[in-house]
Design a protein around this ligand. Sequence first.
Ligand SMILES: [Zn+2]
Length: 97
Amino acid sequence: MLLVPCPYCGPRPEVEFHCGGEAHIARPADPSALDDAAWAEYLFIRKSPKGVHAERWLHAHGCGRWFNALRNTISDAFIVSYEMGQPRPDLTRQGDK
Ligand SMILES: [Zn+2]
């Protein structure tokens, strides 16, 4: 069973969570200035990388809170989870003291 690391509750079974898709999608500052193609890209176009991906997760059957996580899409392993509003962790700096 896949365990998802909720930053508030700790590791819990995957069935307690819903994935909310790609994290760190910024809403355009002035949506009315976008043409239809740019607006459609904001709404619908998402990355689907092979490797580390930043995702939003909801602990729906637990604390009920949203958080972000880095997950490796190849191994399905969660690397780190972090609270909403925090920047994406820089994995190249892990191990630095
Ligand atoms: Zn939780």
